[in-house]
Design a protein around this ligand. Structure first.
Ligand code: ARG
Ligand code: ZN
Ligand code: CA
Length: 246
């Protein structure tokens, strides 16, 4: 629609083994998931929560490199590192990764082998510019055939991009008194896992379907109107990402 904000994305694939050098198709599938989830076009959207929202945020692989030349929006590099931690080595060429394209104009997504069972992590707005972006393990990027159940619907990237767009975890990383700064997400005192049915806490029904919880991919299906407004505010005059789109 005409209110859409279209965010240019660059995918930085850092691999040692062939299976970590994921296909263009797997990447395109992840971009499709982001557009479905943020546009509330996801096939599993339901009527469970009336505040569920289309965020009007959309994602497109960059078609211009920083120097203006045409690009696929996909960069690839072989690395001698067998895996990466959450200490951001993957974001720098000097430590086996790929340097970001200017983070004031591109959403940088790094795809690599993350150590242990880390699926991904995202930097909130306001952190260092050079590391602004999200990192996703290659086994959880894209959906179905390429990814591991129960995190096989591309929602790790949806969740991490939510952080990049200023969203906190729905339970606010604390007890019932700690808020996620969004009025229309119910209070919650801890992360939910799996897909609890009719779960209650903090005096109300828990929104286990929210992308910013820790439930399984098949359980999650919504952002709220309040979350949508919080994300959109970044691109408004005075917002942290107001200079993003040119
Ligand atoms: N644990 C990760 C984080 O804190 C992501 C969880 C994503 N959940 C999912 N169902 N894919 O950012
Ligand atoms: Zn998170
Ligand atoms: Ca809330």
């Amino acid at each position: 629609n005409e209110n859409n904000i279209v965010i240019p994305v660059v995918i930085n694939v850092v691999y040692q083994h062939a299976n970590e050098n994921i296909s263009d198709e797997q990447i395109l599938e992840q971009i499709r998931v982001l557009n479905e989830d943020f546009g509330r076009l996801n096939p599993d959207a339901d009527g469970a929560w009336p505040q569920a929202a289309n965020t009007d945020l959309q994602f497109q692989l960059a078609n211009r490199a920083p120097d203006g030349t045409p690009t696929t929006g996909i960069r690839r590099r072989y690395t001698s590192y067998s895996n990466f931690s959450t200490y951001d080595d993957v974001k720098f060429a000097k430590s086996g990764g790929i340097d970001a394209w200017p983070t004031e104009h591109y959403l940088n997504i790094w795809v690599c082998n993350l150590e242990g069972d880390i699926m991904g992590y995202g930097q909130l707005p306001g952190g260092p510019a050079a590391t602004d972006g999200v990192v996703i393990d290659f086994q959880f990027f894209g959906r179905y055939g390429h990814t591991q159940a129960p995190f096989d619907r591309g929602r790790t990237a949806t969740h991490e991009v939510g952080h990049w767009l200023n969203l906190f975890h729905i339970w606010g990383d604390g007890d019932c008194t700690i808020d996620d700064m969004v009025a229309d997400t119910p209070d919650s005192d801890e992360a939910n896992h799996g897909c609890p049915k009719d779960a209650y806490s903090c005096g109300g029904k828990l929104m286990v379907q929210n992308f910013m919880d820790y439930t399984d991919d098949a359980c999650m299906n919504l952002f709220t109107q309040g979350q949508a407004r919080r994300m959109q505010a970044l691109f408004a005059t005075g917002g942290f990402r107001s200079g993003f789109l040119r």
